[in-house]
Design a protein. Structure first.
Ligand SMILES: *[C@@H]1O[C@H](CO)[C@@H](O)[C@H](O)[C@H]1NC(C)=O
Ligand SMILES: *[C@@H]1O[C@H](CO)[C@@H](O)[C@H](O)[C@H]1NC(C)=O
Ligand SMILES: *[C@@H]1O[C@H](CO)[C@@H](O)[C@H](O)[C@H]1NC(C)=O
Length: 421
């Protein structure tokens, strides 16, 4: 039986006192913070004694499916640099700073092409469902064996947007140096791979036994729109295009036979050090008093996420046989920005690694790893790794929020246990 779905860190190995969530959520969380089997049962009994009715079926059966060898035959992921396990750096732009130390220093102890000091949300997801960390498709296309691809692949590429380059050029972004792949282009790569690996009639089985992570998408779309917009609030008008394009991608996967999809919303963009730097304002009222995040960008994220969920509701109605899970990255991350100390974070709006002078430690001219940049001693005390991307510590919290059901609708565990593999 598979036990440790997460490599425990100092935040969660000590059980009851170190829940990473709010006090009212502390009790259920202790179950997952226990390390060994007997501890797990003890916590279970405790919880039973306290709140039998609420927790009965879901927590004390211990998310059985996630403990099994694997609920899914494979995991395929699409998205941008938040999900890219190495495509951008290793196949497209090798001289990117992301390919150099200190990237990767915490977990892999070397740069892997991930835009973080360690693992990404997709890595924690792969571990939780008992699958290998995803090989980057473009980077390992010619070297990895077919068996490897049958268990999963990452098609996410840094700088990708849901929309394609032609769309932005038509809008007037003439000088766009386009290095990512649109969602449609990533889906095409996936289909090419699968048709070569799994000819009919096995194709639909392969699709229905696989888990798909579609996103996050949107961050780069909105960045491009922000370059174009004369008035920053104009960027809200881009939301229907972006969300309907994501929805079309999901439809394509369902048409091909996908039965379980996780679709993340975007993070609170107003809390990213790079955007806080670029859109710095003199007006106090432009910032959320509690978090110091920029209101108009969080509003953008919120509106995108609401619209995306409406699209998902429509798809669920059309395809009741398909599990479409909304992963609320925004909610999980907002928990961190609202209660940073509870999670062991010091200054949640400051990048661990960067060359900025101000409070955010971000400069567009001095990347993390460049001469003149500095890296913090303990990345686990920081939410932002390089001003744009999350630290492993923050990714783990977001992943747990999604996997343990609080920030996923419906819960991943529910979906997984319906698979009897
Ligand atoms: C596009 O880039 C060229 C060369 O960098 C520059 O001269 C030109 O002004 C740019 N055009 C726009 C619309 O930004
Ligand atoms: C931007 O547009 C919005 C709505 O169209 C308007 O309310 C706002 O005042 C504008 N802001 C600026 C700085 O022009
Ligand atoms: C973007 O939205 C506009 C307005 O709704 C629509 O006319 C256009 O076809 C959309 N473009 C794409 C590529 O979805």
């Amino acid at each position: 039986m598979r036990t440790a779905t997460y490599v425990p860190n100092k935040r969660n190995v000590q059980g009851t006192t170190t829940s990473i969530f709010q006090p009212d959520l502390l009790i259920p969380m202790t179950i997952f913070s226990a390390v060994g089997g007997s501890r797990r049962r003890l916590d279970c009994r405790l919880v039973f004694a306290i709140v039998i009715a609420i927790l009965l079926p879901c927590y004390c059966t211990g998310y059985p499916s996630l403990q099994r060898d694997s609920c899914f035959a494979a995991l395929y992921a699409f998205g941008d640099s938040y999900t890219d396990t190495g495509n951008f750096v290793r196949a497209i732009y090798p001289s990117s700073p992301i390919g150099r130390p200190p990237y990767g220093e915490t977990f892999f102890r070397r740069p892997t092409g991930r835009a973080s000091d360690g693992r990404l949300v997709v890595d924690f997801l792969a571990e939780a469902v008992g699958l290998p960390l995803l090989p980057p498709y473009l980077a390992e296309l010619s070297t990895a064996a077919a068996e490897v691809w049958r268990r999963g692949a990452c098609f996410a590429v840094g700088w990708s947007a849901a929309m394609d380059a032609a769309f932005f050029r038509e809008l007037g972004l003439k000088n766009l140096s386009w290095t990512g792949l649109s969602l449609a282009a990533q889906l095409q790569l996936f289909q090419d791979l699968q048709h070569s690996l799994t000819p009919e009639p096995g194709y639909r089985d392969m699709m229905s036994n696989s888990l798909f992570l579609v996103g996050e998408f949107g961050v780069n779309d909105y960045q491009y729109f922000l370059f174009l917009a004369k008035n920053v609030t104009d960027v809200y008008s881009a939301i229907p295009n972006v969300t309907s394009t994501i929805s079309m991608g999901i439809k394509d996967l369902i048409r091909l036979g996908a039965r379980t999809l996780i679709v993340p919303g975007v993070f609170p963009l107003g809390c990213l050090p790079n955007l806080l730097t670029l859109f710095k304002s003199e007006r106090n009222e432009d910032y959320e008093p509690r978090t110091g995040c920029l209101k108009f960008l969080n509003e953008l994220s919120t509106r995108h996420n609401l619209r995306l969920q409406e699209e998902l509701d429509r798809l669920r109605e059309l395809h009741p046989e398909v599990a479409i899970i909304y992963a609320d990255y925004y909610g999980a991350a907002t928990e961190i920005f609202n209660f940073p100390k509870k999670f062991g974070f010091k200054t949640p709006l400051t990048a661990c690694c960067g060359g900025g002078k101000g409070p955010y430690n971000y400069s567009p001219l001095v990347n993390c790893g460049d001469k003149g940049s500095k890296v913090c001693d303990d990345p686990s005390q920081y939410v932002s790794w390089d001003g744009i991307h999350l630290t492993e510590a923050a990714s783990e919290i977001v992943a747990r929020g999604v996997l343990e059901g609080l920030y996923a609708v419906p819960s991943v565990a529910e979906t997984c246990s319906s698979f009897s593999m």
